[in-house]
Write a protein that binds this ligand. Sequence first.
Ligand SMILES: Cc1ncc(COP(=O)(O)O)c(C=O)c1O
Length: 448
Amino acid sequence: VTDLPRQPIPTMVNAFDPNTIDELDDELGDTIRRRDKVLGPGYRLFYRRPLEVVASSGCHLTARDGSDYLDVYNNVPSVGHAHPRVVEAVNRQMGLLNTNTRYVHKPLVDYAERLVATFPAELTRATFTCTGSEANDLAFRIARYETGREGIIVTAGAYHGLTNTVASFSPSLGPQSPLGPNVRLIAAPDALRSPTDLTTTMKARVEQAISDLERHGYGLAALYADSIFSSDGVFADPPGFLAGMLDAVHAAGGLYVADEVQPGFGRTGENWWGFQRHGIVPDMVTIGKPMGNGLPIAGLVLREHVAQSFGRDVRYFNTFGGNSVSIAAAHAVLDVIEDEGLIAHTALIGRRLREGISAIVGESSRVAEVRGAGLFLGVDLVKDRESLEPDRELASTIVNELYDRRVLISASGPGGNVLKIRPPLVFDSADSDRFLDALADVAGSVLT
Ligand SMILES: Cc1ncc(COP(=O)(O)O)c(C=O)c1O
C-alpha cells in the first residue's frame, strides 16, 4: 500500500510517564491527578517532571515556585510571550467588538491584504480558520473538489492535524491512528541517511507514489509538505529540493499544499515562508500557530485559480475563523515582526546559535548532524556515526538534563532522536548564551 514499511513510530517524544507520579512534589502530583481524572484521556505532559507555569515574558516562563525557565521550544508565542503590543491590541478589540466574517469589518480586509502581500504574487487569496488542522482539512476539500481525485501524498513522519480526514494523513500519530486507503507515504528528505541529489530523489519518490495512487484508482488530489519537515526530524537543506516534488505533483495535475504551520511567519529566517527558501510557489499554503501569538487564528492562502469552482459552489463560514479579536492579534504580530526586524534577526541569531551548538557538540561521535534554518534547529543524535542508528534515550536524557538547568527544548523525528530547538523569534544574545552554557554543561557529562 505504501512505498515504505510502516514503522512503529512512537506517539510522543519526551512525554511524562504517569507511572512516576509519586516521585513529584505533593502539590504538582495532586494537580496532575485531578487533571487526569477530569480531562479527556488523550492528553500528554512534557518532561520527566512536568512543568507548572504561571506567567511569562519574552523567551521566559515563570514556574509556580517563581523560578525562571528559558523557553527554547515554543513557536506559538513567536514574537515573545505576553508581548505588550499583542496584549494591548487584543484587550482593546475585545472591549470594542468581536464579530465574524458575515459583517463588513475593515480590519479583516486590511489584514488579508497585508497577509497576502507577504506571499509571492501568485498567491492572492486568504481564508481564515481557527487551527492549522482546519486549514489542512479545508485544503483537502478544495483539492478533491477541484481535481475530482482523492489521493494524498505525505512524508512518512508527517503531522498535519487532528480532524478525522487530516489524521488519516498524519502518520506521526502512530500505528494506532489509521491512515486512509487513499494516502501514500514517501520517505522524508533525510540526506544524512541517504545521501543523494535530493531534488531528483524526492521527485522520483513522489512520482512512484502517484503511479501507485493512479493504479489503485485514486489519482492525485494533493501532496502536503511541511516546508521544514518538523515531525520528520527537521530537514531544511539543500535549499531547492522541494522543486522536484512540486514538478511531479503538477505533471500529474495535482495540487501542492505547503504546510507552513511550523516554518511560517519568518521562523526559517530571511523569508516570511519556509517554501521561499526552496524557490517554489505552492498552490495552497496553510498557516497557523504563531499567526496570533497564542490567539487561535490560522488560515489558507491560495492561488487565484485554485478555488474557483469550490468558492463558487460551496459556502464557507467559520464561526470563530477570522473573528475581530484574533485578527487584532494577527495585525499586532505582523507589526512586531516588521518593526522589530524579526526576520533578519532570526536569520542572524539562528546562524550564531547553530554555530554555537556545533562548536559544543559537533565533534561528538553521538552527534550525526546539526541542521535546520533560522530558529528551527535539529541535532541528530545517534548510537555511532557509522550505523547512524537513532538514539532516542540520549535525546531524552539531554532534554531532561537541560530541563534540570531550567532550559526548555524537546525532541522530534520518527526515532525521537532529534533535539528540537525552536525558541520564540525574539530569542536574544543573552538567551543564546544561557542556552549554550547549559548545553555545554550537559554535553560535558553525557556526550563522549
Ligand atoms: C506541521 C503542522 N501542521 C498542522 C498542525 C495542526 O495545527 P493545529 O494544532 O493548530 O490544528 C500542526 C500542529 O502541530 C503542525 O505541526
